[in-house]
Design a protein around this ligand. Sequence first.
Ligand code: 9MR
Length: 376
Amino acid sequence: MTPTRRDVFGIGALALATGSVSAAPRGSWAADGLNAAAARKGVAYGSAVNITPLRQNPAYGRALARECGVLVPENAMKLAYAWRAPGPIDFSFADETVAFAASNGQRLRGHTLVWHEGIPAWARERIARDAEGFLRDWIGAMAGRYRGRIEAWDVVNEICGPDGGRADGLRASPWLAALGPRYVDLAFTLLHDADPAAAGVWNENDLELDADWIAPRRAMVLRTLEGMVRRGVPVRRLGLQGHLYAKHPLDQDQLRRFLRDVAGLGLAIEITELDVNDKNFPADLPSRDRAVSDLARRFLDVVLDEPATLNVLTWDITNANSWLNTNPQRRRADGSIQRALPLDESFARTPLWRAMHRAFSEAPDHRAARDRLRRG
Ligand code: 9MR
């Protein structure tokens, strides 16, 4: 019997669990939206989803449906949100996100299994005693629950040390303290056991721009990935978060070379959290929008020239929900809202949206590389 789309997405059981999915739909994105433009070139565009506004404001859901082919929960699948206290894991927010994506025929990314941030005190204690057992339980339960539904999982997040303190470049964390460097390979293997179809992703920040401290980070990532590939660790993609900052320039040639080197290892690339922190751009809106769009466009041109790039996701879709506006430390000093994302606070398309649309429309065709890499 030919499997239906419902079987392929494996949504039946979850629909019963959440009661919110009726029929398996076709993709919800509009023909003039960002995902439609990206998809014509074999790339997917998507966004992080914040469950609170999704519950409160139907316009947010409609915007995500119209523009996105792939979604990632901003927080719902993190330890700090799903497993706040010992006892059962709370999947309710994650289930809601998965059901929303399914009801729109959208793909899903998982975020994030191993991170140094957001580890509840009770979990820290257990990690210090029995890190391997904890990791096995956590990854088995979280990735296992959505087995077959997640295209790619951020297995490790931000593991490259910001301080250059260790020869291997790894960041100090409870995971490193308890297990040593082998925690990285272990986490990828555990994901593979829990959901063999999900691509394991190393998601990393501060690899994109040009500063003297970025080059050693790129070298560390390449060196570490090479070792993992050689050891047969099931890592399939590198995620560049893509948090761009007005204060750092972008060296397109260096970025291009780095992406080529990653692809040369047989890995795919995703942009997982794109946004532009416009703190150092002028207050005047037209000039600021021009500068934001220009930086994003120059970044996307390089990223989309690389055939190994599969997905481009922004870290939410509307400026209203951006962490750059909700987190007081990230706000602009002049109190004006950061113009970080493709939609404004009323879900209207911004100049950044238009720059992204043009970047997708003018990108080379990725379909052959995509078909090869998604199978890999
Ligand atoms: O945007 C997220 C914010 O709502 C959370 O409070 C925070 C801590 O869980 O994480 C933010 O998302 C981060 C992502 O998970 C990893 N890369 C950096 C993102 C921005 O801080």
